[in-house]
Design a protein around this ligand. Structure first.
Ligand code: DQA
Length: 149
């Protein structure tokens, strides 16, 4: 079974409490439950993690190399600042889908630059928490294409 790694960066543990007008009322545990049921439906193993520590996120990305078929990542504010996460994702050599709950492009100017988009195969922004499931569905389509070859 293929494994999809879902990674969340800083402050996403506050989902549901944090700026609900922007991010909604669902908690990160709700998002994890929805991702796990998408995984069951699509026959993918789901690993789901969140951290507020950049080095931890980088370690998880390195450990994904050669082991997982895709990374769906919501890097939170590190999207706009972290060359280190950009470099780690390149080093992992795993397809990446960047996920943002909000549409970062209609928000403040500092959210318009993403270091992650430069290396991502796809970017989802503004789909709310459904973006995570859309990413899983896309990886499912890619892995079943691969299996058919
Ligand atoms: C976010 C958007 C980022 O700009 C912000 O710093 C976040 C969440 C999103 O999911 O919309 O923490 O990645």
């Amino acid at each position: 079974m293929d494994t999809i790694l879902i990674l969340n960066g800083p402050n996403l543990n506050m989902l549901g409490l944090r700026e609900p007008a922007v991010y909604g009322h669902e908690t990160l545990a709700d998002v994890e439950t929805a991702c796990r049921s998408a995984g069951e439906r699509l026959n993918l193993a789901i690993e789901f993690n969140q951290t507020n520590h950049e080095g931890q996120l980088i370690d998880w990305i390195h450990q994904a190399r050669g082991r997982v078929s895709g990374i769906a990542i919501n890097p939170g504010a590190w999207t706009h600042t972290s060359v280190a996460i950009h470099d780690a994702l390149i080093a992992a050599e795993v397809p990446v889908i960047e996920v943002h709950i909000s549409n970062v492009h209609r928000r403040e100017g500092f959210r318009h630059l993403s270091y992650i988009s430069k290396i991502a195969m796809a970017v989802l922004a503004g789909f709310g928490t459904r973006g995570y499931q859309i990413a899983i569905e896309h990886f499912a389509a890619l892995t079943s294409q691969k299996a058919a070859l």
